[in-house]
Write a protein that binds this ligand. Sequence first.
Ligand SMILES: [Zn+2]
Length: 628
Amino acid sequence: MQKSLLALLSGCMIAMGGVTVSAQELYVPRNVKKAIEKGTRTLTGKPGPNYWQNKGVYDIQVKVTPETRIVSGQETIQYTNNSPDTLKMIAIRFVNNLHKPIAPRSHITSPDFLDRGLEITEMSIDNQSYIINSERMGTVGAVRLKSPIMPHQTASLKINWNYPLSKQSGREGQIDSTTFYVAYSYPRVSVYDDYNGWDMLDHSDRQEFYNDFNDYNLAVSVPKNYVVWATGDLLNPDEVLQPEIAARLKRSYTSDEVIHIADFQEMMDNKVTRQNDWNTWKFKADHITDICFGTSKNYVWDGASVIVDPKTGRRASVQAAFNDTAKDFHHNVAWAQHSLHYFSTQWPGVPYPFSKMTSFQGYADMEYPMMVNDGTTPELKFSQMVQDHEIAHTYFPFYMGINETRYAYMDEGWATIFEYLIGQEEFGKAHADSVYKMFRVAGYIKDPSAEEDQPIISMSTQVSGAGYGHNSYGKASLSYLALKDLLGDQLFKKALHYYMDTWNGKHPIPWDFFGAMNAGSGKNLNWFFQNWFFTNNYIDIKLASVQKGSGTYTLTIDNPGGFAIPFDIIVTYQDGTTSTRHQTPITWKENQAQQVIKITTKKNISKIVLDGNLFMDYTPEDNVWISN
Ligand SMILES: [Zn+2]
Protein backbone atom coordinates (compact mmCIF):
# COMPACT_ATOMS: atom_id res chain seq x y z
CA MET A 1 0.00 0.00 0.00
CA GLN A 2 1.25 3.37 -0.93
CA LYS A 3 0.97 5.99 1.75
CA SER A 4 0.62 9.54 0.55
CA LEU A 5 3.72 11.68 0.98
CA LEU A 6 1.70 14.36 2.73
CA ALA A 7 0.55 11.95 5.40
CA LEU A 8 4.11 10.79 5.98
CA LEU A 9 5.31 14.37 6.29
CA SER A 10 2.57 15.38 8.67
CA GLY A 11 3.34 12.26 10.71
CA CYS A 12 6.95 13.39 11.01
CA MET A 13 5.99 16.92 11.95
CA ILE A 14 3.64 15.75 14.66
CA ALA A 15 6.32 13.46 16.05
CA MET A 16 8.90 16.28 15.98
CA GLY A 17 6.53 18.64 17.73
CA GLY A 18 6.29 16.15 20.56
CA VAL A 19 2.50 16.01 20.34
CA THR A 20 1.16 12.59 21.20
CA VAL A 21 -0.99 12.24 18.12
CA SER A 22 -0.54 9.26 15.91
CA ALA A 23 -0.94 10.07 12.26
CA GLN A 24 -1.36 6.41 11.50
CA GLU A 25 -3.72 6.01 8.62
CA LEU A 26 -6.32 3.30 8.55
CA TYR A 27 -6.88 1.25 5.43
CA VAL A 28 -9.85 2.66 3.54
CA PRO A 29 -11.35 0.46 0.81
CA ARG A 30 -11.69 1.81 -2.73
CA ASN A 31 -15.48 2.13 -2.64
CA VAL A 32 -15.35 4.12 0.59
CA LYS A 33 -12.60 6.38 -0.81
CA LYS A 34 -14.86 7.05 -3.75
CA ALA A 35 -17.76 7.93 -1.43
CA ILE A 36 -15.45 10.37 0.36
CA GLU A 37 -14.52 11.94 -3.02
CA LYS A 38 -18.21 12.30 -3.84
CA GLY A 39 -18.85 13.98 -0.49
CA THR A 40 -21.28 11.41 0.90
CA ARG A 41 -18.80 10.17 3.54
CA THR A 42 -15.89 11.74 5.44
CA LEU A 43 -13.18 10.54 7.79
CA THR A 44 -14.26 13.11 10.41
CA GLY A 45 -17.04 11.01 11.92
CA LYS A 46 -19.77 13.06 10.28
CA PRO A 47 -21.78 12.24 7.15
CA GLY A 48 -20.52 14.11 4.11
CA PRO A 49 -22.32 17.22 2.87
CA ASN A 50 -23.82 15.12 0.06
CA TYR A 51 -24.92 12.19 2.25
CA TRP A 52 -28.23 10.60 1.17
CA GLN A 53 -30.26 7.47 1.76
CA ASN A 54 -33.34 6.13 0.05
CA LYS A 55 -36.69 5.49 1.68
CA GLY A 56 -39.85 3.46 1.20
CA VAL A 57 -43.36 4.07 2.50
CA TYR A 58 -44.95 0.62 2.80
CA ASP A 59 -48.65 -0.13 2.97
CA ILE A 60 -48.94 -3.89 3.57
CA GLN A 61 -51.95 -6.20 3.90
CA VAL A 62 -51.16 -9.82 4.77
CA LYS A 63 -53.31 -12.79 5.58
CA VAL A 64 -52.16 -15.89 7.45
CA THR A 65 -54.09 -19.13 6.85
CA PRO A 66 -53.02 -21.44 9.69
CA GLU A 67 -54.25 -24.70 8.09
CA THR A 68 -52.10 -24.26 4.99
CA ARG A 69 -49.42 -22.06 6.61
CA ILE A 70 -49.75 -19.78 3.58
CA VAL A 71 -48.99 -16.10 4.01
CA SER A 72 -50.51 -14.05 1.21
CA GLY A 73 -50.28 -10.33 0.81
CA GLN A 74 -50.47 -7.20 -1.25
CA GLU A 75 -48.54 -4.02 -0.79
CA THR A 76 -47.82 -0.63 -2.25
CA ILE A 77 -44.35 0.83 -1.80
CA GLN A 78 -43.68 4.51 -2.46
CA TYR A 79 -39.94 4.32 -3.04
CA THR A 80 -38.02 7.59 -3.14
CA ASN A 81 -34.67 7.76 -4.89
CA ASN A 82 -32.73 10.38 -2.92
CA SER A 83 -29.51 9.49 -4.72
CA PRO A 84 -28.03 11.54 -7.56
CA ASP A 85 -28.16 8.37 -9.70
CA THR A 86 -30.67 7.24 -12.30
CA LEU A 87 -31.86 3.79 -11.26
CA LYS A 88 -32.21 1.52 -14.27
CA MET A 89 -32.97 -1.54 -12.18
CA ILE A 90 -34.51 -2.19 -8.81
CA ALA A 91 -33.50 -4.97 -6.42
CA ILE A 92 -36.28 -6.86 -4.64
CA ARG A 93 -35.32 -8.68 -1.47
CA PHE A 94 -37.17 -11.58 0.14
CA VAL A 95 -34.92 -13.30 2.67
CA ASN A 96 -37.43 -16.10 3.36
CA ASN A 97 -36.42 -17.55 0.01
CA LEU A 98 -33.68 -19.01 2.19
CA HIS A 99 -36.15 -21.89 2.55
CA LYS A 100 -35.96 -22.74 -1.16
CA PRO A 101 -33.95 -25.89 -1.84
CA ILE A 102 -31.90 -23.98 -4.43
CA ALA A 103 -30.92 -21.13 -2.07
CA PRO A 104 -27.26 -20.78 -1.08
CA ARG A 105 -27.05 -21.50 2.61
CA SER A 106 -24.31 -21.37 5.23
CA HIS A 107 -25.53 -24.36 7.25
CA ILE A 108 -26.89 -27.84 6.78
CA THR A 109 -30.68 -27.87 7.02
CA SER A 110 -33.56 -30.31 7.38
CA PRO A 111 -36.46 -31.17 5.05
CA ASP A 112 -38.94 -29.40 7.35
CA PHE A 113 -37.07 -26.14 6.88
CA LEU A 114 -37.46 -26.31 3.10
CA ASP A 115 -40.38 -25.03 1.08
CA ARG A 116 -41.16 -23.58 -2.31
CA GLY A 117 -40.49 -19.95 -1.37
CA LEU A 118 -42.01 -16.77 -2.70
CA GLU A 119 -44.45 -16.51 -5.55
CA ILE A 120 -45.02 -13.01 -6.89
CA THR A 121 -48.37 -13.18 -8.68
CA GLU A 122 -48.55 -9.54 -9.76
CA MET A 123 -46.15 -6.66 -9.83
CA SER A 124 -46.32 -3.18 -11.27
CA ILE A 125 -44.06 -0.17 -11.05
CA ASP A 126 -45.63 3.18 -11.88
CA ASN A 127 -48.56 1.31 -13.46
CA GLN A 128 -46.34 -0.68 -15.82
CA SER A 129 -46.72 -4.36 -15.14
CA TYR A 130 -43.83 -6.80 -14.79
CA ILE A 131 -43.75 -10.57 -15.11
CA ILE A 132 -41.58 -12.02 -12.36
CA ASN A 133 -40.18 -15.51 -12.70
CA SER A 134 -40.41 -16.36 -8.99
CA GLU A 135 -38.88 -19.80 -9.49
CA ARG A 136 -35.54 -18.32 -10.41
CA MET A 137 -35.43 -15.74 -7.62
CA GLY A 138 -33.08 -16.20 -4.67
CA THR A 139 -33.16 -14.04 -1.55
CA VAL A 140 -32.61 -10.98 -3.73
CA GLY A 141 -33.46 -10.40 -7.39
CA ALA A 142 -32.86 -7.63 -9.90
CA VAL A 143 -35.71 -6.25 -11.98
CA ARG A 144 -34.74 -4.24 -15.08
CA LEU A 145 -36.97 -1.16 -15.14
CA LYS A 146 -39.05 -0.25 -18.18
CA SER A 147 -38.69 3.40 -17.18
CA PRO A 148 -35.78 4.39 -14.94
CA ILE A 149 -36.31 6.05 -11.56
CA MET A 150 -34.72 9.47 -11.85
CA PRO A 151 -32.85 11.23 -9.01
CA HIS A 152 -35.31 12.57 -6.38
CA GLN A 153 -38.21 10.79 -8.04
CA THR A 154 -40.68 8.56 -6.18
CA ALA A 155 -41.75 5.32 -7.82
CA SER A 156 -44.90 3.43 -6.88
CA LEU A 157 -44.57 -0.36 -6.63
CA LYS A 158 -47.53 -2.70 -6.27
CA ILE A 159 -46.82 -6.33 -5.44
CA ASN A 160 -49.09 -9.33 -4.73
CA TRP A 161 -47.42 -12.40 -3.30
CA ASN A 162 -47.71 -15.57 -1.25
CA TYR A 163 -45.37 -18.05 0.40
CA PRO A 164 -45.63 -20.92 2.89
CA LEU A 165 -44.33 -20.64 6.44
CA SER A 166 -41.86 -23.44 7.03
CA LYS A 167 -42.79 -26.27 9.35
CA GLN A 168 -39.45 -26.00 11.10
CA SER A 169 -38.78 -22.42 12.05
CA GLY A 170 -35.49 -20.59 12.09
CA ARG A 171 -35.70 -16.87 12.58
CA GLU A 172 -39.36 -17.20 11.46
CA GLY A 173 -41.86 -19.94 10.64
CA GLN A 174 -44.20 -22.25 12.52
CA ILE A 175 -43.72 -22.42 16.30
CA ASP A 176 -46.54 -24.89 16.98
CA SER A 177 -49.59 -25.87 14.94
CA THR A 178 -51.48 -22.71 15.99
CA THR A 179 -48.54 -20.34 16.60
CA PHE A 180 -46.44 -18.64 13.92
CA TYR A 181 -43.63 -16.12 13.86
CA VAL A 182 -44.04 -14.16 10.65
CA ALA A 183 -40.91 -12.11 9.98
CA TYR A 184 -39.52 -10.79 6.68
CA SER A 185 -42.96 -11.57 5.27
CA TYR A 186 -43.11 -9.06 2.43
CA PRO A 187 -40.96 -8.41 -0.63
CA ARG A 188 -38.99 -5.21 -0.01
CA VAL A 189 -36.75 -2.92 -1.99
CA SER A 190 -33.15 -3.83 -1.18
CA VAL A 191 -30.85 -1.02 -0.03
CA TYR A 192 -29.28 1.21 -2.66
CA ASP A 193 -26.49 3.15 -0.96
CA ASP A 194 -23.73 5.65 -1.61
CA TYR A 195 -20.73 3.34 -1.16
CA ASN A 196 -21.87 0.14 -2.82
CA GLY A 197 -24.93 0.73 -4.99
CA TRP A 198 -27.57 -2.01 -4.84
CA ASP A 199 -27.17 -4.49 -1.99
CA MET A 200 -27.21 -7.75 -3.99
CA LEU A 201 -25.67 -10.04 -1.35
CA ASP A 202 -27.67 -13.21 -0.88
CA HIS A 203 -28.93 -13.95 2.61
CA SER A 204 -27.25 -17.20 3.70
CA ASP A 205 -28.67 -17.45 7.25
CA ARG A 206 -25.34 -16.53 8.84
CA GLN A 207 -25.02 -12.80 8.43
CA GLU A 208 -28.00 -10.68 9.34
CA PHE A 209 -29.67 -7.76 7.61
CA TYR A 210 -29.34 -4.35 6.02
CA ASN A 211 -32.46 -2.28 5.57
CA ASP A 212 -33.53 1.26 4.77
CA PHE A 213 -35.48 3.33 7.30
CA ASN A 214 -39.05 3.12 6.04
CA ASP A 215 -42.58 4.01 7.17
CA TYR A 216 -45.01 1.12 7.58
CA ASN A 217 -48.72 0.52 7.74
CA LEU A 218 -49.33 -3.17 8.35
CA ALA A 219 -52.74 -4.90 8.37
CA VAL A 220 -52.70 -8.57 9.40
CA SER A 221 -55.77 -10.75 8.82
CA VAL A 222 -56.04 -13.92 10.90
CA PRO A 223 -58.94 -16.18 11.88
CA LYS A 224 -60.84 -15.43 15.08
CA ASN A 225 -59.14 -16.37 18.36
CA TYR A 226 -55.71 -15.66 16.88
CA VAL A 227 -53.99 -12.75 18.62
CA VAL A 228 -51.41 -10.74 16.64
CA TRP A 229 -48.34 -9.11 18.23
CA ALA A 230 -46.33 -6.89 15.91
CA THR A 231 -43.80 -4.13 15.48
CA GLY A 232 -45.51 -0.75 15.83
CA ASP A 233 -48.56 0.62 17.57
CA LEU A 234 -51.79 -1.37 17.47
CA LEU A 235 -54.25 1.09 15.92
CA ASN A 236 -57.54 -0.77 16.38
CA PRO A 237 -57.63 -2.72 19.68
CA ASP A 238 -61.38 -2.24 20.03
CA GLU A 239 -62.04 -3.73 16.58
CA VAL A 240 -60.11 -6.95 17.22
CA LEU A 241 -60.31 -7.54 20.98
CA GLN A 242 -63.22 -8.15 23.29
CA PRO A 243 -63.87 -5.10 25.51
CA GLU A 244 -62.39 -6.50 28.74
CA ILE A 245 -59.17 -7.57 26.99
CA ALA A 246 -58.83 -4.24 25.15
CA ALA A 247 -59.29 -2.44 28.47
CA ARG A 248 -56.52 -4.50 30.10
CA LEU A 249 -54.18 -3.85 27.18
CA LYS A 250 -54.79 -0.10 27.44
CA ARG A 251 -54.29 -0.21 31.21
CA SER A 252 -50.93 -1.94 30.68
CA TYR A 253 -49.69 1.09 28.69
CA THR A 254 -49.48 3.12 31.91
CA SER A 255 -49.01 0.33 34.45
CA ASP A 256 -45.77 -0.47 36.27
CA GLU A 257 -47.36 -3.70 37.47
CA VAL A 258 -47.47 -6.68 35.13
CA ILE A 259 -51.02 -7.23 33.87
CA HIS A 260 -52.18 -10.60 32.54
CA ILE A 261 -53.92 -9.28 29.45
CA ALA A 262 -55.12 -12.74 28.42
CA ASP A 263 -54.66 -15.95 30.36
CA PHE A 264 -54.73 -19.49 29.05
CA GLN A 265 -58.32 -20.25 30.03
CA GLU A 266 -59.55 -17.07 28.36
CA MET A 267 -57.69 -18.02 25.18
CA MET A 268 -59.25 -21.52 25.26
CA ASP A 269 -62.72 -20.12 26.00
CA ASN A 270 -62.60 -17.77 22.98
CA LYS A 271 -62.85 -14.74 25.28
CA VAL A 272 -59.97 -12.74 23.83
CA THR A 273 -60.53 -11.72 20.21
CA ARG A 274 -63.70 -10.50 18.53
CA GLN A 275 -65.68 -13.44 17.16
CA ASN A 276 -65.65 -12.37 13.49
CA ASP A 277 -64.50 -15.15 11.15
CA TRP A 278 -61.43 -13.06 10.38
CA ASN A 279 -60.01 -10.11 12.31
CA THR A 280 -57.70 -7.56 10.73
CA TRP A 281 -55.09 -6.18 13.14
CA LYS A 282 -53.66 -2.81 12.10
CA PHE A 283 -50.22 -1.55 13.11
CA LYS A 284 -48.17 1.52 12.30
CA ALA A 285 -44.46 2.25 12.70
CA ASP A 286 -42.46 5.03 11.06
CA HIS A 287 -38.75 5.56 10.36
CA ILE A 288 -37.92 1.97 11.18
CA THR A 289 -35.96 -0.72 9.38
CA ASP A 290 -38.52 -3.55 9.41
CA ILE A 291 -41.93 -4.68 10.61
CA CYS A 292 -42.86 -8.22 11.66
CA PHE A 293 -45.40 -10.07 13.76
CA GLY A 294 -46.25 -13.25 15.62
CA THR A 295 -49.68 -14.81 15.95
CA SER A 296 -51.10 -17.53 18.16
CA LYS A 297 -54.35 -19.12 19.21
CA ASN A 298 -52.91 -20.56 22.42
CA TYR A 299 -50.29 -18.14 23.77
CA VAL A 300 -50.92 -16.16 26.94
CA TRP A 301 -50.33 -12.41 26.96
CA ASP A 302 -48.69 -10.23 29.64
CA GLY A 303 -48.13 -6.49 29.52
CA ALA A 304 -46.88 -3.50 31.50
CA SER A 305 -44.90 -0.37 30.73
CA VAL A 306 -41.85 1.51 31.92
CA ILE A 307 -40.59 5.09 31.81
CA VAL A 308 -37.78 5.14 29.25
CA ASP A 309 -37.16 8.89 29.19
CA PRO A 310 -36.98 10.32 32.71
CA LYS A 311 -36.81 13.87 31.29
CA THR A 312 -40.16 13.70 29.53
CA GLY A 313 -41.76 10.82 31.44
CA ARG A 314 -42.28 8.94 28.16
CA ARG A 315 -43.29 5.32 28.65
CA ALA A 316 -42.80 2.30 26.45
CA SER A 317 -45.18 -0.64 26.41
CA VAL A 318 -43.63 -3.99 27.31
CA GLN A 319 -45.47 -7.16 26.30
CA ALA A 320 -44.83 -10.89 26.21
CA ALA A 321 -46.59 -13.67 24.28
CA PHE A 322 -45.78 -17.23 25.28
CA ASN A 323 -46.79 -20.74 26.07
CA ASP A 324 -48.23 -20.81 29.59
CA THR A 325 -45.92 -23.72 30.45
CA ALA A 326 -42.74 -21.66 29.81
CA LYS A 327 -41.71 -20.74 33.37
CA ASP A 328 -39.09 -18.22 32.30
CA PHE A 329 -41.48 -16.26 30.07
CA HIS A 330 -43.70 -15.45 33.05
CA HIS A 331 -40.81 -13.17 34.11
CA ASN A 332 -40.20 -11.65 30.69
CA VAL A 333 -42.23 -8.47 31.05
CA ALA A 334 -40.64 -7.58 34.40
CA TRP A 335 -37.18 -8.39 32.99
CA ALA A 336 -37.82 -6.29 29.90
CA GLN A 337 -39.02 -3.36 32.02
CA HIS A 338 -35.66 -3.50 33.75
CA SER A 339 -33.73 -3.85 30.46
CA LEU A 340 -35.44 -0.85 28.90
CA HIS A 341 -34.79 1.22 32.02
CA TYR A 342 -31.14 0.17 32.17
CA PHE A 343 -30.40 0.68 28.48
CA SER A 344 -32.19 4.05 28.55
CA THR A 345 -30.34 5.40 31.57
CA GLN A 346 -27.02 3.50 31.93
CA TRP A 347 -25.50 1.82 28.87
CA PRO A 348 -25.77 3.04 26.19
CA GLY A 349 -27.73 5.62 28.19
CA VAL A 350 -29.96 6.64 25.30
CA PRO A 351 -33.75 6.65 25.92
CA TYR A 352 -35.33 3.57 24.35
CA PRO A 353 -36.32 4.94 20.94
CA PHE A 354 -39.55 3.01 20.33
CA SER A 355 -43.04 2.89 21.84
CA LYS A 356 -43.08 -0.81 22.51
CA MET A 357 -41.12 -4.05 23.04
CA THR A 358 -42.72 -7.48 22.69
CA SER A 359 -41.05 -10.71 23.71
CA PHE A 360 -42.40 -13.67 21.72
CA GLN A 361 -41.59 -17.28 22.50
CA GLY A 362 -40.07 -19.08 19.53
CA TYR A 363 -36.76 -20.71 18.71
CA ALA A 364 -34.72 -17.92 17.19
CA ASP A 365 -32.95 -15.93 19.95
CA MET A 366 -33.24 -13.10 17.50
CA GLU A 367 -33.98 -9.39 17.48
CA TYR A 368 -36.49 -7.53 15.32
CA PRO A 369 -37.49 -3.88 15.64
CA MET A 370 -39.66 -3.63 18.79
CA MET A 371 -39.72 -7.44 19.12
CA VAL A 372 -37.57 -10.36 20.20
CA ASN A 373 -38.15 -14.04 19.46
CA ASP A 374 -36.44 -16.16 22.12
CA GLY A 375 -36.49 -19.80 23.09
CA THR A 376 -37.53 -20.95 26.54
CA THR A 377 -34.86 -22.37 28.84
CA PRO A 378 -34.96 -23.87 32.35
CA GLU A 379 -32.19 -21.48 33.46
CA LEU A 380 -33.77 -18.18 34.47
CA LYS A 381 -30.50 -16.25 34.49
CA PHE A 382 -29.66 -17.51 31.02
CA SER A 383 -33.13 -16.69 29.68
CA GLN A 384 -32.85 -13.18 31.07
CA MET A 385 -29.39 -12.75 29.56
CA VAL A 386 -30.61 -13.81 26.11
CA GLN A 387 -33.55 -11.42 26.31
CA ASP A 388 -31.23 -8.60 27.44
CA HIS A 389 -28.97 -9.30 24.47
CA GLU A 390 -31.80 -9.24 21.92
CA ILE A 391 -33.37 -6.11 23.39
CA ALA A 392 -29.95 -4.42 23.38
CA HIS A 393 -30.00 -4.79 19.58
CA THR A 394 -32.61 -2.02 19.58
CA TYR A 395 -29.66 0.39 19.48
CA PHE A 396 -27.39 -1.57 17.15
CA PRO A 397 -28.58 -2.29 14.46
CA PHE A 398 -32.04 -0.67 14.59
CA TYR A 399 -31.45 2.81 16.02
CA MET A 400 -28.21 3.05 14.07
CA GLY A 401 -29.09 1.49 10.69
CA ILE A 402 -26.08 -0.86 10.70
CA ASN A 403 -25.24 -2.93 7.64
CA GLU A 404 -25.06 -6.19 9.57
CA THR A 405 -24.52 -8.23 6.43
CA ARG A 406 -21.12 -6.69 5.82
CA TYR A 407 -20.18 -5.41 9.29
CA ALA A 408 -21.73 -7.76 11.85
CA TYR A 409 -19.32 -6.57 14.57
CA MET A 410 -20.97 -3.13 14.36
CA ASP A 411 -24.10 -4.59 15.94
CA GLU A 412 -23.23 -7.91 17.63
CA GLY A 413 -20.19 -6.42 19.36
CA TRP A 414 -22.36 -3.75 20.97
CA ALA A 415 -25.21 -6.11 21.92
CA THR A 416 -22.56 -8.30 23.56
CA ILE A 417 -20.96 -5.49 25.59
CA PHE A 418 -24.41 -4.23 26.71
CA GLU A 419 -25.39 -7.80 27.64
CA TYR A 420 -22.24 -7.97 29.80
CA LEU A 421 -22.75 -4.56 31.42
CA ILE A 422 -26.42 -5.11 32.29
CA GLY A 423 -25.43 -8.58 33.54
CA GLN A 424 -23.08 -6.96 36.09
CA GLU A 425 -25.98 -4.96 37.44
CA GLU A 426 -28.43 -7.88 37.45
CA PHE A 427 -26.26 -10.73 38.70
CA GLY A 428 -23.10 -9.11 40.11
CA LYS A 429 -19.72 -8.59 38.49
CA ALA A 430 -18.30 -12.02 39.30
CA HIS A 431 -21.19 -13.82 37.59
CA ALA A 432 -21.16 -11.46 34.58
CA ASP A 433 -17.38 -11.87 34.21
CA SER A 434 -17.54 -15.64 34.32
CA VAL A 435 -20.46 -15.85 31.85
CA TYR A 436 -18.76 -13.43 29.46
CA LYS A 437 -15.49 -15.36 29.61
CA MET A 438 -17.24 -18.70 29.15
CA PHE A 439 -19.55 -17.69 26.26
CA ARG A 440 -17.65 -14.91 24.52
CA VAL A 441 -13.91 -15.41 25.01
CA ALA A 442 -12.86 -18.94 26.04
CA GLY A 443 -13.83 -20.66 22.79
CA TYR A 444 -11.94 -18.07 20.79
CA ILE A 445 -8.74 -17.85 22.75
CA LYS A 446 -8.34 -21.54 23.56
CA ASP A 447 -8.61 -22.60 19.92
CA PRO A 448 -5.27 -22.00 18.23
CA SER A 449 -6.56 -22.17 14.64
CA ALA A 450 -5.72 -19.33 12.27
CA GLU A 451 -9.40 -18.95 11.44
CA GLU A 452 -9.86 -17.25 14.82
CA ASP A 453 -7.46 -14.46 13.97
CA GLN A 454 -8.96 -12.81 10.89
CA PRO A 455 -8.94 -9.02 11.24
CA ILE A 456 -12.25 -7.80 12.66
CA ILE A 457 -12.57 -5.40 9.72
CA SER A 458 -12.94 -8.41 7.36
CA MET A 459 -16.26 -8.24 5.59
CA SER A 460 -18.61 -10.49 7.54
CA THR A 461 -19.67 -12.33 4.38
CA GLN A 462 -16.04 -13.33 3.79
CA VAL A 463 -15.50 -15.12 7.09
CA SER A 464 -17.26 -18.26 8.23
CA GLY A 465 -17.67 -20.55 11.20
CA ALA A 466 -15.59 -19.54 14.21
CA GLY A 467 -14.00 -16.73 12.23
CA TYR A 468 -17.42 -15.13 11.80
CA GLY A 469 -18.57 -15.73 15.37
CA HIS A 470 -15.49 -14.44 17.14
CA ASN A 471 -15.09 -11.40 14.91
CA SER A 472 -18.74 -10.42 15.36
CA TYR A 473 -19.22 -11.08 19.09
CA GLY A 474 -16.18 -11.83 21.23
CA LYS A 475 -13.36 -9.86 19.66
CA ALA A 476 -15.58 -6.91 18.70
CA SER A 477 -17.01 -6.58 22.21
CA LEU A 478 -13.51 -6.93 23.70
CA SER A 479 -12.35 -4.07 21.48
CA TYR A 480 -15.19 -1.86 22.77
CA LEU A 481 -14.41 -2.88 26.36
CA ALA A 482 -10.72 -2.11 25.80
CA LEU A 483 -11.64 1.32 24.46
CA LYS A 484 -13.92 1.92 27.46
CA ASP A 485 -11.00 1.04 29.73
CA LEU A 486 -8.66 3.31 27.77
CA LEU A 487 -10.93 6.37 27.76
CA GLY A 488 -12.65 5.86 31.10
CA ASP A 489 -16.42 5.53 31.39
CA GLN A 490 -17.23 9.22 31.09
CA LEU A 491 -15.23 9.98 27.97
CA PHE A 492 -16.14 6.65 26.37
CA LYS A 493 -19.83 7.42 26.85
CA LYS A 494 -19.37 10.94 25.51
CA ALA A 495 -17.71 9.55 22.36
CA LEU A 496 -20.31 6.80 22.00
CA HIS A 497 -23.13 9.33 22.29
CA TYR A 498 -21.44 11.53 19.70
CA TYR A 499 -21.38 8.55 17.32
CA MET A 500 -24.97 7.57 18.12
CA ASP A 501 -26.37 11.11 17.90
CA THR A 502 -24.55 11.76 14.63
CA TRP A 503 -25.58 8.51 12.95
CA ASN A 504 -28.91 7.36 14.36
CA GLY A 505 -31.41 6.81 11.56
CA LYS A 506 -28.57 6.63 9.04
CA HIS A 507 -26.18 3.97 7.72
CA PRO A 508 -22.77 4.29 9.42
CA ILE A 509 -19.92 2.06 8.25
CA PRO A 510 -16.74 1.25 10.21
CA TRP A 511 -14.87 4.36 9.03
CA ASP A 512 -17.76 6.52 10.25
CA PHE A 513 -17.51 4.81 13.63
CA PHE A 514 -13.72 5.32 13.86
CA GLY A 515 -14.05 8.98 12.88
CA ALA A 516 -16.95 9.60 15.24
CA MET A 517 -15.16 8.05 18.23
CA ASN A 518 -12.08 10.18 17.43
CA ALA A 519 -14.18 13.33 17.15
CA GLY A 520 -16.38 12.52 20.15
CA SER A 521 -13.44 11.77 22.43
CA GLY A 522 -11.24 14.55 21.07
CA LYS A 523 -8.44 12.01 20.66
CA ASN A 524 -6.82 10.37 17.67
CA LEU A 525 -7.52 6.70 18.38
CA ASN A 526 -6.45 5.44 14.96
CA TRP A 527 -3.51 3.55 16.48
CA PHE A 528 -6.02 1.68 18.67
CA PHE A 529 -8.42 0.95 15.79
CA GLN A 530 -5.46 -0.17 13.65
CA ASN A 531 -4.39 -2.52 16.43
CA TRP A 532 -7.82 -4.04 17.10
CA PHE A 533 -9.59 -4.00 13.72
CA PHE A 534 -6.97 -4.30 10.99
CA THR A 535 -4.56 -6.96 12.27
CA ASN A 536 -4.37 -10.70 12.93
CA ASN A 537 -3.64 -9.96 16.59
CA TYR A 538 -4.85 -12.11 19.45
CA ILE A 539 -4.60 -11.89 23.24
CA ASP A 540 -1.26 -13.02 24.60
CA ILE A 541 1.06 -11.05 26.83
CA LYS A 542 4.11 -12.41 28.57
CA LEU A 543 6.13 -11.44 31.62
CA ALA A 544 9.46 -11.84 29.83
CA SER A 545 11.75 -10.87 32.70
CA VAL A 546 11.84 -9.33 36.16
CA GLN A 547 15.05 -7.64 37.31
CA LYS A 548 15.59 -6.73 40.93
CA GLY A 549 17.49 -3.50 41.67
CA SER A 550 17.81 -1.57 44.90
CA GLY A 551 14.24 -0.74 45.85
CA THR A 552 12.98 -1.42 42.33
CA TYR A 553 11.78 -4.28 40.21
CA THR A 554 11.95 -3.82 36.43
CA LEU A 555 9.37 -5.80 34.49
CA THR A 556 9.74 -6.44 30.77
CA ILE A 557 6.37 -7.32 29.30
CA ASP A 558 6.17 -8.68 25.77
CA ASN A 559 3.05 -8.78 23.62
CA PRO A 560 3.34 -11.73 21.23
CA GLY A 561 -0.44 -11.71 20.64
CA GLY A 562 -0.37 -8.05 19.75
CA PHE A 563 -3.75 -6.73 20.94
CA ALA A 564 -3.62 -3.51 22.96
CA ILE A 565 -5.34 -4.94 26.03
CA PRO A 566 -5.81 -3.61 29.54
CA PHE A 567 -4.36 -5.77 32.32
CA ASP A 568 -3.60 -5.79 36.02
CA ILE A 569 -0.16 -6.32 37.50
CA ILE A 570 -0.88 -8.22 40.70
CA VAL A 571 2.07 -8.17 43.11
CA THR A 572 2.37 -10.44 46.13
CA TYR A 573 4.98 -9.44 48.72
CA GLN A 574 6.89 -11.75 51.01
CA ASP A 575 4.94 -10.39 53.97
CA GLY A 576 1.76 -11.78 52.39
CA THR A 577 0.29 -8.43 51.31
CA THR A 578 -0.69 -7.73 47.70
CA SER A 579 -1.09 -4.71 45.46
CA THR A 580 -2.70 -4.29 42.06
CA ARG A 581 -1.70 -1.83 39.39
CA HIS A 582 -4.01 -1.39 36.40
CA GLN A 583 -2.60 -0.69 32.93
CA THR A 584 -5.07 0.67 30.40
CA PRO A 585 -4.49 -0.08 26.69
CA ILE A 586 -2.83 3.35 26.38
CA THR A 587 0.25 1.60 27.75
CA TRP A 588 0.69 -0.04 24.30
CA LYS A 589 0.36 3.15 22.28
CA GLU A 590 4.07 3.85 21.68
CA ASN A 591 5.29 0.27 21.49
CA GLN A 592 2.78 -2.47 20.85
CA ALA A 593 5.36 -5.25 21.12
CA GLN A 594 6.97 -4.58 24.47
CA GLN A 595 6.88 -2.35 27.53
CA VAL A 596 9.08 -1.91 30.56
CA ILE A 597 7.51 -1.13 33.92
CA LYS A 598 9.30 -0.21 37.13
CA ILE A 599 7.83 -1.06 40.50
CA THR A 600 9.35 0.89 43.35
CA THR A 601 9.07 -0.82 46.72
CA LYS A 602 11.01 -1.30 49.93
CA LYS A 603 9.44 -4.74 50.39
CA ASN A 604 10.50 -8.00 48.77
CA ILE A 605 8.23 -9.34 46.05
CA SER A 606 7.49 -13.05 46.01
CA LYS A 607 5.16 -13.24 42.99
CA ILE A 608 3.96 -11.16 40.05
CA VAL A 609 0.98 -12.05 37.83
CA LEU A 610 -0.27 -10.26 34.72
CA ASP A 611 -4.05 -10.69 34.70
CA GLY A 612 -6.24 -9.53 31.81
CA ASN A 613 -9.44 -10.87 33.42
CA LEU A 614 -11.96 -10.74 30.51
CA PHE A 615 -9.02 -10.43 28.13
CA MET A 616 -8.15 -14.09 28.57
CA ASP A 617 -4.56 -14.91 27.68
CA TYR A 618 -3.65 -17.58 25.14
CA THR A 619 -0.72 -18.70 27.34
CA PRO A 620 -1.49 -17.61 30.92
CA GLU A 621 1.37 -19.72 32.24
CA ASP A 622 3.96 -17.20 31.00
CA ASN A 623 2.20 -14.30 32.73
CA VAL A 624 3.63 -15.33 36.11
CA TRP A 625 6.93 -14.66 37.84
CA ILE A 626 7.87 -16.27 41.14
CA SER A 627 10.90 -15.18 43.18
CA ASN A 628 13.37 -17.98 43.88
ZN1 LIG B 1 -26.99 -10.49 18.73
